[in-house]
Ligand binder design. Sequence first.
Ligand code: HEM
Length: 405
Amino acid sequence: MANDNLEKIRLTSWQHVREAFRSKELRQAGYSEGAVVMADTLLDLHGIEHRERRRLENRLFRREIFSYWEHEILGKTIDATLGPFIAEGSGDLSVIGYRCAMNLTATIAGIDQDPRDADQTERLYAIVKKFSEGATLLHSTRDKDEVRQEVIEAMDTFKEDFYNPSRSKRIELIHKFNSERLDEKDLPKDVLTTLLRNTDRLALPEEVTFREICFYLQAGAHSTANAFTHTVDDLFAWGETSPEDLELARSDLAFVQRCMHESLRLHPASPVAMRTPLSDIELSDGTLLPSGSEVTLDLLAANQDETAFGTTARLYDPHRYVSEGIARWGMSFGAGSHACVGAELDGGLEIDENRPSEQALYGTVAIMVHAFLSAGGQRDPARPPLLDPNSERKHFSSYPVLFVN
Ligand code: HEM
């Protein structure tokens, strides 16, 4: 643990990060700068307000719904997104990743758009990228008011072009359902419909519902795309010394899931989470987190802690042995009350030979990666991937790929 001064504390060990995530006395922090898009969203709430909203939204993130999602929605959306690239015989991995992730996340959030319409997806993605910039304003080096103004403009465009039409359609369907002209099973299974049906019960102001949808879009799209690109990139690198594993991944979805969990551990989409103690807190080894201090939970470091993942913790190894009680993906989906609601949707359920195969959940990212690999996706040998020089993290500015079958 590095402690710059009494007020700013960075937790880097597995045990510290785990305890901090689970403490009810640590409040979510880090989003007040980005309030323009984050205020009163699920991630920003605490205590009873958080519990009530979470209980409601959780209804959508149940295993039966995931199963419906994996079997009915996912394949069609991936096919529509990937198809044009396969037909072309080439593409860019990050473009493929974010288009797929954007289309899928829009469906979960309840924003209607056609996955075959690449221009529409690009427009939505540009908007959602701006939302992410707003949400992470605390870490921005740009002029904050300028960013806020851009976020407001992106929100206005989103409201007019995407949100309002999707909302009107859902309100109409809910009316039909309330007057018994529509069966409940025919209502959309998405966050917006869930919130609109419960507006009165939760006393949700319309602007909060709107921000919640903006937040969902950025929470889901960015992290899914990030996990997709890293899973493929790590597999290509691993395949240089273990070509049989890369071949296996082209046909074996359960193995891809394992690779995805390993990549997620090493490249968490959100490398840090921020909290502030509501009272003085003592962790089990006596470490003190004073009331009101700024606590950074370093997920990237905790995921490479040798006490949890052994002496090879820093290395990529999809075959690694992981002890009972430790998730293969480390802390990348968070833990405790704010643990990611999309964890099983994106990461699936760890494949268990004792679970009936019809109950298996591979997770959205593994299915995306498997679709890409089984279509013959490979690096373009003539054009190596390029890293984004403006990012401290491993972000690709371009990653040319070919489809060879
Ligand atoms: C690989 C993909 C993903 C990763 C790595 C990821 C990571 C995380 C993390 C670390 C948190 C906790 C943040 C904190 O405690 O401060 C979180 C929360 C959350 N995530 Fe995800 N996420 C992913 C996918 C998704 C998807 C697909 C959705 C929904 C469409 C989603 C929706 C949410 C929501 C709503 C929360 C807030 C939960 C709460 O505050 O109770 N995430 N995610």
